[in-house]
Design a protein around this ligand. Structure first.
Ligand code: ARG
Length: 465
């Protein structure tokens, strides 16, 4: 091996450039997403330092103002795209400190008092996660609102309900759309629970074991808008990776909801179903088959769930075997966090647009209900109401359905006499059952298909939006 003589002087000493490049990893690009959080974290830290009860003061009130002014201008420049991280600086934390030192001299060098990059990056990531969780909640609620709007417009339209992908019984468009909305509302509850766990400030835990200075962790937590500090300074660092995994678990759950919705949309927009059409601009053509308009958007949403899950798994796998205290492995959780958060946001936005502009085709939806075996469960309940024991009725109705298929005569066309060959309990009123709308209206219990129930569900869920 050739020895590399060239070393680079960095803020933390002399490091072989190859090693520096390796250890900085993706931070030069990824940390750009943390500039605002890093500056805000530093501002809170500096305010706290200026109030620290020691004499002489580490940082005076006037110095604190000067630092905050500079931090503000760094944030402005970063927002305008004028902030980059060089290999010498390695990451956002050292870049900000170098800029402050260049502007403010020794004062810039003081701001790291009582702090480590370990708690600094943990704060940055929690501030970043907080914004993303709020943004995701709002995007999830938007999509849930779009689905509830769709449910409302078609609340009473009957549609085949399926299990095992096979036709099962009459259901409704309203039930289908509001089911997907309800899944998203569960995801909101999870996002909020993760928000609460994330809402603890690790600042002041420093390298992992606290500092021998009278820093005020409650003050920095409050200044940064956290509801409380992470209590144990060691856990504040151990929680790195765990919190990110929790954020990604919430994102994964959102993506799972989206994937199920995407799958349904894919099926229901197939020409064989033809229930819905997605707007042409959400599909793409084929390079060889001129007639094609493929549902790429929903397909990619389905696939990106796997990508987001992989990010979550990677973060958990990085964190799972780490010994207590900060470990550099944790830096590797950032690519997954940023990637998953972005993928979830775009998937949410695209599906809201697609569902919001989907058209539905009543004729195709109703045509799929033109299958008398869909009413088998209604016939069974009819017999149960006439006191036939459930499993006996189940067997009996099975026989009628099979006979209808074999004799090629639809159940709705049978005479009462034909029905009575199977059971004397059948009367003329059996003919009333073959009405999808009535079947839908028959299911009146909490959360069921009766239009009044669906309406009630929509009203309830809309309140939570
Ligand atoms: N880039 C690092 C990370 O994401 C920052 C903390 C570095 N800490 C250290 N002790 N080298 O974890």
């Amino acid at each position: 091996m050739t020895s590399r003589k060239m070393t680079r002087k960095t803020t933390v000493g002399s490091i072989d450039p190859f090693v520096l490049d390796f250890t900085a990893g993706s931070d030069l690009q990824l940390d750009l997403a943390l500039v605002q959080a890093d500056c805000i974290g530093s501002a809170a830290h500096v305010i706290m330092l200026s109030r620290m009860p020691i004499r002489p003061k580490v940082i005076t009130g006037a110095e604190c103002k000067a630092v905050i002014r500079e931090l503000g201008s760094i944030m402005q420049r970063a927002a305008a795209g004028q902030f980059s991280i060089s290999l010498d600086d390695q990451d956002v934390h050292l870049t900000v400190e170098r800029i402050l030192t260049a502007k403010l001299g020794d004062l810039g060098k003081k701001i790291h008092t009582g702090r480590s990059r370990n708690d600094q990056v943990a704060v940055d990531l929690r501030l970043f996660a907080r914004e993303e969780l709020i943004g995701t909640v709002s995007e999830v609620l938007t999509l849930a609102g779009v689905l509830l709007g769709f449910a409302k417009r078609h609340e009473a339209v009957p549609m085949v309900g399926r299990t095992h992908m096979q036709p099962a019984m009459p259901s409704s468009v309203g039930l289908w759309a509001s089911a997907h909305a309800e899944s998203l509302l569960d995801d909101v509850a999870l996002l909020m629970a993760v928000y609460d766990l994330n809402d603890q400030c690790p600042l002041g835990s420093a390298a992992s074991y606290g500092v021998p200075l009278p820093i005020d962790r409650a003050l920095t937590a409050r200044l940064l808008g956290f509801s409380r500090p992470v209590h144990n300074v060691l856990y504040a660092n151990n929680a790195r990776g765990k919190i990110e995994a929790l954020v990604l678990q919430a994102m994964t759950q959102v993506m799972l909801s989206l994937s199920r919705l995407a799958q349904d949309l894919m099926l229901f927009t197939m020409p064989e179903f033809g229930y819905f059409t997605l707007p042409a601009e959400y599909g793409t053509g084929s390079s060889i088959m001129p007639q094609k308009n493929n549902p790429d958007v929903v397909e990619l949403v389905r696939a990106r769930v796997a990508r987001v899950m992989a990010c979550e798994l990677a973060v958990m796998d990085i964190a799972r075997s780490l010994p207590s205290g900060y470990n550099r492995d944790l830096q590797e959780d950032k690519p997954g966090v940023f990637d998953a958060v972005k993928k979830t946001a775009t998937a949410l936005e695209l599906l809201a647009l697609a569902v919001g502009s989907a058209s539905w085709h009543k004729k195709a939806i109703l045509k799929s209900l033109d299958d008398d075996s869909l009413f088998a469960t209604d016939i069974l309940e009819y017999l149960v109401r006439k006191k036939v024991p459930f499993s006996e009725a189940h067997q009996l109705v099975g026989l009628t359905v099979r006979h209808a298929i074999e004799s090629e005569k639809r159940l709705r066309e049978w005479s009462v006499q034909e029905w009575q060959k199977f059971s004397s309990k059948f009367g003329a009123d059996i003919h009333d059952l073959f009405d999808a709308k009535e079947s839908v209206r028959g299911k009146k219990t909490i959360g069921s298909t009766h239009p009044a129930r669906v309406k009630q569900t929509i009203v309830e869920w809309k309140k939570t939006l």
